[in-house]
Write a protein that binds this ligand. Structure first.
Ligand SMILES: [Zn+2]
Length: 351
């Protein structure tokens, strides 16, 4: 099969190689990959941002955490009638029996948190190939009416957004919600979920073109993060003077000093990413005087993926796909993520 491989740590490039097609081991399925979703985290892995002492990856490594396709073979112990099933991969293989897993928090599984735990596209071969093998329980069925491309565009972005907005932030009807990084794959999912929950939605984006596209998605107010100026006044107007109830933050550091003064009493901030940097600097008094709650959101569960796929099958949400590339041009998609020239999700079609 053809595969894009990272030749060594911090290589910051991928090589297209012809490699043996893997065989499914006991408990695994083999998937013929039809579509691959590209994610910023993969670009960081390829660049070597996460490599350091204690991190061991087998090189050459096939990166990629998001793949949708068809099951074409099963290992021992997996029912043969799964062959032919359309599935999307959940990359983080939780153990199922630690205290986090049994309490319904498989996203913070204590076993999967280990740097040596098998993670699809991180510590073992992943999505950037014509075939991928994964444990059967982490191949999630794609409902009818959702294409491979749509599934590959929304497994990571939709799962992340569901966990941030619905599980952690618990946004509710009539609340005012601010999504930072609104034009990204996760951002476009967050604004749709907040709209669906009945919230007034503001979002940040860079430049008028991305702002227009967010308005088309139903965003009530777009704040251009490149432009100077105060966010409190427009956010107050949107919320009838009350302030923002919940910030769903994936932009990170630079936005904190701008949104904190615009929050209402006991507002919530859900931190799900930090595209502009993780070292935020802001006045702590801004959080105490209005009793702000700051909470993290880590990864997502398989259930989150099932929820967003089901909403897509009903037509209630749709993944926003900024570009669709052939397999041979996969590195061009990563360059678009690096240069932040993309809008929404980037998908690579295979075969
Ligand atoms: Zn566990």
């Amino acid at each position: 099969m053809k595969a894009w491989r990272l030749p060594y740590s911090k290589a910051d490039r991928l090589d297209l190689a012809e490699v043996p097609t893997p065989e499914p081991a006991a408990g695994e399925v083999l998937i013929a990959v039809r579509a691959i979703g590209l994610n910023s985290s993969e670009m960081q892995l390829i660049r070597g941002d996460w490599d350091g002492p204690g991190v061991h990856r087998p090189y050459p490594l096939i990166p990629g955490i998001e793949a949708a396709g068809e099951i074409v073979a099963v290992g021992d112990g997996v029912p043969a009638d799964r062959i032919g099933e359309r599935v999307t991969v959940h990359y983080r293989w939780s153990c199922g029996h630690c205290s986090e897993c049994v309490s319904g928090n498989e996203n913070t599984c204590l076993v999967a948190a280990s740097p040596t735990a098998p993670k699809f596209g991180r510590t073992i071969d992943g999505a950037y190939a014509e075939y991928a093998r994964v444990p059967a329980g982490f191949a999630i069925p794609i409902p009818e009416g959702v294409s491979f491309v749509d599934a590959a565009a929304m497994t990571v972005s939709g799962g992340t957004a569901w966990h941030m907005a619905m599980v952690r932030g618990q946004v509710r009807a009539n609340e005012t919600v601010l999504v930072t990084g609104g034009s990204s794959g996760v951002g476009t999912m967050l604004v749709q979920l907040a709209r669906l929950a009945g919230c007034r939605v503001a979002a940040t984006a860079g430049g008028p073109e991305k702002a227009n596209r967010l308005h088309e998605l139903g965003v009530d107010l777009v704040l251009d993060h490149r432009a100077p100026g105060d966010w409190t006044e427009p956010l107050n107007r949107l919320s009838d003077g009350a302030g923002v109830d919940c910030v769903l933050d994936i932009a990170g550091a630079g936005t904190w000093p701008r949104f904190l003064p615009a929050m209402r009493q006991r507002g919530r901030v859900v931190v799900g990413g930090y595209m502009s940097g993780a070292q935020a600097s802001f006045d702590l008094k801004e959080s105490t005087i209005r009793e702000i709650t700051i909470m993290g959101a880590s990864s997502w569960t398989r259930n989150a993926v099932r929820e967003v796929l089901s909403l897509a099958a009903q037509g209630a949400i749709r993944p926003v796909i900024g570009a669709q590339l052939p397999f041979e041009r996969l590195p061009d998609g990563l360059a678009m993520l690096r240069d932040r020239t993309s809008y929404g999700n980037l998908v690579v079609e295979v075969g």
